[in-house]
Design a protein around this ligand. Structure first.
Ligand code: HEC
Ligand code: HEC
Ligand code: HEC
Ligand code: HEC
Length: 469
C-alpha cells in the first residue's frame, strides 16, 4: 500500500517535470537566454566557466566552472548585485582594485537568472549532494574544528573573526562569512583535496583525518551565521530510547576499571592515576548539564580541559552506549547525602586547603589584573562563575557561594578551592590565579579554561577575590 502511494507520488512528480520541459514558463526561458548573453558578453572576459582546474597565476579571476555547486544562492545574488565586500586582500592577484573597474553589477532579476544558469550548467559532478550534514554539527564539533583550523595552519593564510576582531594571514579568500557563502557539500569536497580545484596556487593540503576535516568544515559553516542552530545529541533518538539496564552493563565493562564497581573512584586502574578518577557516587548526576556530561563521556577528559586519562568513549561504545551509560549514572548516583561527610570532601569546605599548585613562571606571577574592580566587571565575572563559563560553570565545583562545595566538587580529590577563605586567597597572586584558570591545575580536577578570552579571566578573578571573607 505504502509502495503504491510512493510510486503514485513519483508518477505525478514525473508528469509535472514533463509538463515543465514541454511548456517552460515563458519568462524562465527568456531569463535563461538573458543570463547566457550576460555571461558570454561580460563574465567570460575574466572568469572561466569550463575547462580543467588551473593555477590562479594563469587566471584573471576565480574559476566559475563549479559555480552551480559552490555558493549559497542568497550569497551569490548579493555578490552579483554588488552587496558583498571583496574576498581577497589588496595586492592579491584577484584584488578588485587591480582590475580597471569595480566588479560588474547586474540587477536582482539578472542575478537570479545567472544563479539559475549556474545551477543548470555548472554543477560539479565530483560534489556529492548530502555528503556533509549541516544539521548534525554540534557546538563541541565547531569549537574543536576552530582549534583544528589553527592547528593545521589555515589561520596562516585565511582570515576569520574571533571575539570581534579579524585574525589571520590575508592570503587567499577571507573566510569571515564562510557560513553564508559556501555550499557545505562543495566545501567538504574542496577540503578533501584543494588541488582538484586550485592547483599550483599556493593552496595547502592538510594532514587531517576525515573527522577532523568534518569538524573544520563545521567550524567554517558557522562563520558569519547568527544564532546557528547546533545539533544537541542528547536530544537524539538514542537518548530517547536510552536504557538503564544496558547502561549498567556498559558501566561494568568499561567504567568500573577506573571509577570502581559502585562508582567510588576505587577501580583497579585508579591507583596509578593523578588526578584520581571522579567519585561518581558523590555526584548528583541528574543535576549536571547534559551538554557537559555528554561531552566528557563522548569526547573524553582532554577535550574538556580535564585529565587525558579519562578516555573518549564515542568510538568504543557508540551513541547508544553513551546514552545508556549516562542514563545509568543519572538513575544510580544521587550525590553524597552530606557533602561535608564525603571522604574526599574532608577539606572541601575547610579554609586553608593543601594546595597542589604548580610553580608558575615569573612572567605570569608578576601579572596584575588590568581591569578596574567596577560593578560591571564584578557582574560579568559573577555571570561567568555561576552560569556561562564553558565547558562548565565554576559554581558546579566551587559552589554557588564559592566555598568549594559545588555539586561536582565532592567527587574530586583534591577538592575545589574555597574562595571565601581570605587567609589563603590573600597570598595567591593575580598572575597565579590567571595561569591556573587558563591552564587548569595539573594533577587535579581543576580543568583548563583555555577558551576564555583574557578579559573574561580577569573579570572572574575580580569576582573570586570579592568572595573572600
Ligand atoms: C573585470 C573582470 C571581471 C568580470 C568581467 C567579472 N568578474 Fe567576477 N570576479 C572578478 C574578480 C577579480 C573576482 C574576485 C574579487 C574578490 O573577491 O576580491 C571576482 C569574483 C567573482 C565571484 C566570487 C568568486 C569566488 O568564488 O571567489 C563570482 C561568483 C563572480 N565573480 C561572478 C561573476 C559574474 C557572474 C560575472 C558576469 C556578470 C563576473 N563575475 C564578471 C573579476 C571579474
Ligand atoms: C599557505 C597558505 C594556505 C594555507 C595554510 C591554507 N590555505 Fe586555503 N587557500 C590558499 C590558496 C592560495 C588557495 C587557492 C587560491 C585562492 O582561492 O585564492 C586557497 C583556497 C582555499 C579555499 C577556497 C577559496 C575559494 O573560495 O575559492 C578554502 C575554502 C580554503 N583554502 C580553506 C583552507 C583551510 C580550511 C585550510 C586549513 C586546513 C587552508 N585553506 C590552509 C592558501 C592557503
Ligand atoms: C582509564 C581510567 C578511566 C576509565 C576507564 C573511565 N574514566 Fe571517567 N574519569 C577518569 C579520570 C581520571 C577522571 C577525572 C578527570 C579529571 O578530573 O581531570 C574521570 C572523570 C569522569 C567524569 C567527569 C566527572 C567530573 O567531575 O567532571 C565522568 C562523567 C566520567 N569520568 C565518566 C566515565 C564513564 C561513563 C566511563 C565509562 C564509559 C569512564 N568514565 C571510564 C578516568 C577513567
Ligand atoms: C570540575 C571541577 C572544577 C571546575 C568546573 C572549576 N574548578 Fe577551579 N578548582 C577545582 C579544583 C579541584 C581545584 C583545586 C586544585 C588545586 O588544589 O590545585 C581548583 C582550584 C582553582 C583555583 C586555585 C588556584 C590556586 O592557585 O590555588 C582557581 C583560581 C580556580 N580553581 C578557579 C576556577 C574558575 C574561575 C572556574 C570557572 C571558570 C573553575 N575554577 C572551575 C575544580 C574545578
Amino acid at each position: 500500500m505504502q509502495n503504491v502511494r510512493i510510486r503514485a507520488a513519483i508518477g505525478s512528480a514525473g508528469l509535472v517535470l514533463v509538463a515543465l520541459i514541454l511548456f517552460p514558463p515563458l519568462s524562465f526561458g527568456a531569463d535563461q537566454s538573458r543570463a547566457k548573453e550576460i555571461i558570454q558578453q561580460t563574465c567570460v572576459q575574466c572568469h572561466r566557466l569550463e575547462g580543467q582546474p588551473d593555477s590562479r597565476f594563469n587566471l584573471k579571476a576565480p574559476d566559475l566552472i563549479w559555480a552551480g555547486s559552490k555558493y549559497q544562492r542568497s550569497w551569490l545574488i548579493r555578490w552579483l548585485t554588488g552587496k558583498e565586500a571583496p574576498l581577497y586582500a589588496k595586492g592579491y592577484r584577484w584584488d578588485l582594485t587591480e582590475v580597471p573597474s569595480k566588479h560588474p553589477m547586474v540587477t536582482e532579476s539578472e542575478a537570479n537568472a545567472i544563479a539559475d544558469y549556474f545551477a543548470e550548467h555548472n554543477k560539479d559532478p565530483r560534489v556529492k549532494v548530502g555528503s556533509f550534514d549541516l544539521s548534525k554539527v554540534t557546538k563541541f564539533e565547531a569549537t574543536f574544528g576552530g582549534m583544528a583550523y589553527k592547528a593545521h595552519a589555515c589561520l596562516g593564510c585565511h582570515i576569520i573573526e574571533e571575539n570581534g576582531t579579524f585574525i589571520g594571514g590575508p592570503q587567499s579568500a577571507s573566510l569571515v562569512t564562510a557560513g553564508q557563502r559556501y555550499n557545505q557539500d562543495w566545501l567538504f569536497r574542496f577540503g578533501q583535496n584543494p588541488q582538484d580545484f586550485t592547483p599550483h596556487s599556493g593552496e595547502f593540503l592538510a594532514d587531517a583525518t576525515e573527522p577532523q576535516l568534518r569538524a573544520v568544515i563545521g567550524f567554517l559553516m558557522v562563520q558569519g551565521v547568527k544564532d546557528f542552530e547546533y545539533y544537541e545529541p542528547w536530544t537524539s533518538q538514542e537518548f530517547g530510547m536510552a536504557n538503564v539496564d544496558r547502561g549498567k552493563v556498559v558501566y561494568k565493562e568499561y567504567c568500573s576499571q577506573c571509577h570502581g564497581a559502585t562508582g567510588k573512584g576505587d577501580g583497579p586502574g585508579a591507583s596509578g592515576l593523578v588526578p584520581k578518577p571522579a567519585i561518581h557516587a558523590n555526584i548528583p548526576f541528574d543535576k549536571l548539564p547534559m551538554e557537559y556530561l555528554y561531552n566528557v563521556v563522548n569526547h573524553g577528559g582532554a577535550a574538556m580541559g580535564k585529565s587525558p586519562n579519562m578516555p573518549y568513549w564515542n568510538l568504543t561504545i557508540g551513541q547508544q552506549g553513551v546514552a545508556d551509560v549516562i542514563a545509568y549514572m543519572r538513575a544510580t548516583f544521587k550525590g553524597a547525602p552530606d557533602i561535608a561527610a564525603a571522604p574526599s570532601a574532608g577539606q572541601g569546605g575547610t579554609c586553608v586547603q593543601p594546595r597542589q599548585a604548580v610553580k608558575v613562571s615569573d612572567e605570569f606571577l608578576t601579572r596584575m589584573n588590568p581591569l578596574p574592580a567596577s560593578t560591571g566587571t564584578l557582574q560579568a565575572g559573577k555571570e561567568l562563575f555561576l552560569r556561562t563559563a564553558l565547558p562548565v560553570a565554576c559554581a558546579m565545583c566551587h559552589g554557588e557561594k564559592g566555598d568549594g562545595k559545588g555539586i561536582m566538587g565532592a567527587a574530586l580529590v583534591p577538592p575545589p578551592r574555597n574562595f571565601t577563605c581570605s587567609s589563603m586567597m590573600k597570598d595567591i597572586p593575580d598572575g597565579h590565579l590567571f595561569w591556573t584558570i587558563k591552564n587548569g591545575s595539573p594533577g587535579t580536577g581543576m580543568m583548563s579554561f583555555g577558551g576564555l578570552p583574557d578579559e573574561q579571566v580577569w573579570q572572574l578573578i575580580h569576582y573570586i577575590r570579592s568572595l573572600a571573607k
